[in-house]
Ligand binder design. Structure first.
Ligand code: ZN
Length: 281
């Protein structure tokens, strides 16, 4: 029997949101068995709860958005990624804005926060999701796909495809353990093309992006130092791990090519529809 897990203590951090550019304080708190991962918007008078489940995904443009009880939170995938790898079943996440802090643009700070708060086993079995067949979602007329295969463990194999000659095709294949995640995946940041930035900002996206939290490239190269030569594909793997947590915690081998939040969350929805337990509150 696998027991459910939560945090031992609460822990907070503050910063600005990647897309909104708004200041925000985030607090991770222990939660009761069977409560799941719940966002709580403390800046709104009703303090609405938003359950982090695939059924509540309403948008996936450049980030994953959840909506419930008339409130939303977005760019939740990096935090969800760290919660997934740390095996956290139950956690209340207080936010006083709609977007968690971007911090260093990856999940390493969230991962370290969870470990610093401590992880405790709870007095109830985890509901087991079993991947006993191949779940597969295709997109963009066959140019992208993601699938979850039966596997005894958690592994992600990913091909990222980028038209820029300096980036091109990158391939990553990792067994996701806490140790490997901390060293190989959690420090990887997302990328942005310099030419796109003003268009993104006019759409209200990337307002909190800086050279500290996003790799920016132009026609001749990078404007900042890379953490890994293949940082993009590692970040894509970080995102997949976060998006899939919306279906629950489970063993599988993810194989994907050119997948993003739209396909990742469609796969999570499919698994959740068949095996998820709904909002558990
Ligand atoms: Zn990301």
């Amino acid at each position: 029997m696998q027991r459910q897990r939560t945090l031992k203590d609460k822990i907070s951090c503050a910063g600005i949101g990647l897309h909104s550019g708004k200041k925000v304080k985030l607090t991770l708190k222990p939660a009761d068995v069977d409560s799941g991962i719940i966002f709580l918007r403390t800046d709104l008078s009703e303090r609405p709860k938003i359950h982090a489940t695939a059924a509540n995904v309403t948008a996936t443009l450049r980030a994953t958005t959840l909506e419930e009880n008339g409130a939303k939170v977005f760019t939740i995938e990096h935090l969800m990624s760290a919660l997934n790898v740390c095996g956290i079943d139950n956690c209340e996440i207080e936010l006083d804005a709609e977007e968690p802090p971007v911090l260093n643009g990856n999940s390493i700070d969230f991962f370290k926060m969870i470990l610093a708060a401590g992880v405790v086993k709870q007095d109830k079995a985890r509901e087991i999701i079993r991947i006993e067949k191949i779940y597969r979602v295709d997109g963009d007329e066959g140019k992208r796909f993601i699938m979850a295969l039966p596997y005894d463990g958690f592994r992600v194999s990913f091909v990222s495809v980028n038209p820029h000659p300096l980036i091109g095709i990158q391939y990553g294949d990792f067994e996701i353990t806490e140790k490997i995640y901390e060293k190989e995946i959690a420090p990887a940041r997302t990328i942005a093309y310099e030419k796109e930035i003003s268009a993104l900002r006019s759409m209200g996206l990337g307002l909190g992006g800086t050279l500290e939290n996003v790799i920016v490239y132009n026609d001749s190269g990078w404007l900042n130092k890379l953490n890994y030569p293949d940082e993009l594909v590692r970040h894509k793997i970080l995102d997949v791990i976060g998006d899939l947590r919306l279906a629950g915690i489970f063993n599988c081998h993810i194989v994907a090519a050119a997948s993003g939040h739209a396909l990742n969350t469609q796969l999570a929805k499919e698994i959740f529809r068949e095996q998820g337990t709904g909002n558990r509150d």
